[in-house]
Design a protein around this ligand. Sequence first.
Ligand code: URA
Length: 225
Amino acid sequence: MSKLLDDMNALAAEISVCRDCMLHLTRDKSVPGEGNVRTKILFIGEGPGANENATGRPFVGQAGNFLNQLLAIAQVKRQEVFITNVVKCRPPSNRDPLPEELSACSKFLNRQIELINPLIIVTLGRFSMARYFPLQRISSIHGQGLWVNDRLIIPMFHPAAALHQPSLRAAIEHDFSLIPGYLEQAKERFDPKPVIEEKPAEAPKPDNSAPAEPDTGEAAQLSLF
Ligand code: URA
């Protein structure tokens, strides 16, 4: 196992015995997050619901099924990305996480971000958006990739909210379709392609020109690693 995976597993073990806020009193399982620790894309949701509390896995209920559909729109496989939440234990009756719970849990999310060091972060819902844009409204900035400390942050509506409101559903589906472009933009910032000087085109010589490459029709694949 790699050191990175060891460190992430050690963090998950720490989260499972954390008692730094009241949520530990009502949890069955903590939900540290799951996925590929070497991904370029990190998704941050709000907090575990009933299904997540029972299984210890993020986004496994109805919102999770919808998230899976959205990931397909973004052309990424769930096992290729990392998915976590701002709070790692379920708020009772799915209430909003309290400021003291968010603040007690933020050290874990900070360490996850440090370990994964993703190129882009997709925030799902207002609580994860507020980590980066505390004064913004999600209805104004959803789907817009914004640079924060050299990382592209893309605030999205929460899948659970979008599931129940048709207008938000269309918006979140469109926003997820922008992810491949944002990933390219972020890759380009850190690994710019060399600028190739354009030379004036020479007239083709018909007798010694190379045969054209056949078009295989294959779409370009996204590389997440
Ligand atoms: N499941 C999660 O893990 N997080 C959410 O924000 C919603 C459902």
